[in-house]
Design a protein around this ligand. Structure first.
Ligand code: ADP
Length: 393
C-alpha cells in the first residue's frame, strides 16, 4: 500500500513542498513557493510531469502559502498519512526524528539561537502546517541528527570547554538526511548491510559538506556549529583563519551581522570568481578563459580533495567515495579534478563513465584497476524525511 507523506521545507521567504511515497521515494507532486512577504510571491509546482505556476497575493505569508499547497494536494486526491518537516538544527537533543508536540516545538525554537535564519522559519512552517493538517502526525526530521554519533575528538572545538558545556558550542554537522541517503544507497549498491558500509560522502550543492561514515556511523563531517565551516560553497567561505571576522569588522567598519553576511552570502565560488555562485556558469566561463572562474573551481576542488584525504584516516574500512548534490551529480569536471589529487594513490577515474553518470544517472566512475571506488549517487533528501515521518503514521 502507498504511504504518501507531505514533505515541507520552510525557509524565511520560501516553502519547498512535495508528496513523497515513503516506500519508493517517488514524488507525485513537488513545488516551491518563493518571495513570501514580497510583492511577487508565487508558487510553482510539478504534478505528474506537468508544470504550473501562479502568483499569490502581494506580501503573502506562510499561512497563504500553506493554504495554497494544501488546496493543490487536495486536488490531487492524495490522502497523506503524515507531514515531514525538514528542520535544520536539532542540537544535541534530537538524535533522531521527533513527533511534534509542545516540547519539541519549543526546542526547535530554542535552537534558533544557533541557526536563526532556519529554525524560526522551520518552526513557523510546523505551526502553520498543523493548522492545515490538524489530524496528521507532524514529524521534525533534523539535518543534524545523523551526526550525533560523532566522537568528541571530531566535534569538540579547541576552545575553553565551558563554551561547550554552558553554550553548546561544538561541531554539529548538517545535510544529515542527504548523507544518510547516500550511506543507505551505497549499502544497497554494494549489497552490504548498512552497519557494515563505510563511505566518504561529498554533498555538493549550493551548500557543500563531506561526511566520514565508518561502518554505518557518522564519525566526522566538514560543517560545524552552523553550515558555514568546511568546504568552499556557492556563496559561503568554509574554513577561515578564526581571526578574520574580527579583523574584517575593524578594517571595514562593519557590524558583526554585516560580516556574517559577507561570509555567508558574498564569499565562496561567488567571492573568488567575482562572477557567479553557479557552478555551471563558472565551468562555461572557465572554458572561455575567465581567470576568476578557473581559480574558483581550482580552490573548490583542492579544498574538497583535502577533506576527502583527511577522512581516509577517519574511515579505515572505506567502501566508496560518493559524489552527490547538484554539483556532485552533474559536474564531471569537479569530480575529475578533485579525484585527480588521488592519482598517486592509485585512484583512476574512467572518463566515459564519469560523463555517463551525469544528469541523474549515477553509477561507478572509477576504472576497474582503481585502488578506491568512486560512485555518483543522486540524492533524495525528501525520501529520507518521508520515510522517517511515515514511521509515526
Ligand atoms: P541546493 O543546495 O540549493 O539544493 P543543488 O543541489 O540543486 O542546490 O545544487 C546547485 C548547484 O549545482 C549549482 O551550483 C549548480 O550550478 C550546480 N549544477 C547543476 N547542474 C550542473 C551541471 N550540469 N554542471 C555543473 N554544475 C551543475
Amino acid at each position: 500500500m502507498k504511504k504518501e507523506v507531505v514533505v515541507l521545507n520552510c525557509g524565511s521567504s520560501s516553502v519547498k513542498f512535495a508528496i513523497i511515497d515513503a516506500n519508493t521515494g517517488e514524488a507525485g507532486l513537488s513545488g516551491l513557493v518563493e518571495s513570501l512577504g514580497n510583492l511577487d510571491a508565487s508558487i510553482t509546482y510539478k504534478l505528474n510531469g506537468n508544470k504550473t505556476s501562479f502568483s499569490l497575493s502581494a506580501n503573502a505569508g506562510h499561512t497563504e502559502a500553506l493554504n495554497a499547497i494544501s488546496t493543490i494536494i487536495e486536488d490531487t486526491g492524495v490522502k497523506p498519512v503524515a507531514v515531514g518537516h525538514r528542520v535544520v538544527h536539532g542540537g544535541e537533543k534530537f538524535k533522531q526524528a521527533a513527533l511534534v508536540n509542545d516540547e519539541v516545538l519549543a526546542a526547535v525554537k530554542d535552537y534558533a539561537s544557533m541557526a536563526p535564519l532556519h529554525n524560526l522559519a522551520n518552526a513557523k512552517g510546523v505551526v502553520t502546517a498543523q493548522k492545515a493538517y490538524p489530524h496528521l502526525p507532524h514529524v521534525c526530521v533534523f539535518d543534524t541528527s545523523f551526526f550525533q554519533t560523532m566522537p568528541q575528538k571530531a566535534f569538540i572545538y579547541a576552545l575553553p570547554m565551558d563554551l561547550y558545556r554552558d553554550h553548546g558550542i561544538r561541531r554539529y554537522g548538517f545535510h544529515g538526511t542527504s548523507h544518510k541517503f547516500i550511506l543507505d544507497s551505497t549499502a544497497s549498491l554494494l549489497n552490504k548491510p548498512v552497519e557494515e558500509t563505510s563511505v566518504i560522502s561529498a554533498h555538493l550543492g549550493n551548500g557543500c559538506s563531506v561526511a566520514a561514515i565508518e561502518k554505518g556511523q557518522a564519525v566526522d563531517t566538514s560543517m560545524g556549529f552552523i553550515p558555514l565551516e568546511g568546504l568552499v560553497m556557492g556563496t559561503r567561505c568554509g574554513d577561515l583563519d578564526p581571526s578574520l571576522p574580527g579583523t574584517l569588522q575593524k578594517k571595514l567598519g562593519k557590524t558583526a551581522d554585516e560580516i556574517s553576511d559577507l561570509l555567508n552570502k558574498e564569499s565562496g565560488l561567488l567571492g573568488i570568481s567575482e562572477l557567479s555562485n553557479d557552478c555551471r556558469t563558472l565551468e562555461e566561463e572557465a572554458e572561455k578563459g575567465h581567470e576568476g572562474a578557473k581559480l574558483a573551481i581550482e580552490i573548490f576542488c583542492y579544498r574538497l580533495a583535502k577533506y576527502i584525504a583527511g577522512y581516509l584516516i577517519a574511515v579505515p574500512s572505506l567502501d566508496a567515495i560518493v559524489f552527490t548534490g547538484g554539483i556532485g551529480e552533474n559536474s564531471s569536471l569537479i569530480r575529475e579534478t578533485t579525484m585527480g589529487y588521488f592519482a598517486h594513490m592509485g585512484v583512476t577515474i574512467d572518463q566515459q563513465k564519469n560523463l555517463d553518470a551525469r544528469f541523474g544517472k549515477g553509477g561507478e566512475i572509477t576504472a576497474p584497476s582503481s585502488q578506491k571506488t568512486v560512485f555518483v549517487v543522486p540524492t533524495n533528501e525528501e525520501w529520507v524525511i518521508a520515510a522517517e515521518a511515515a514511521t509515526f503514521a
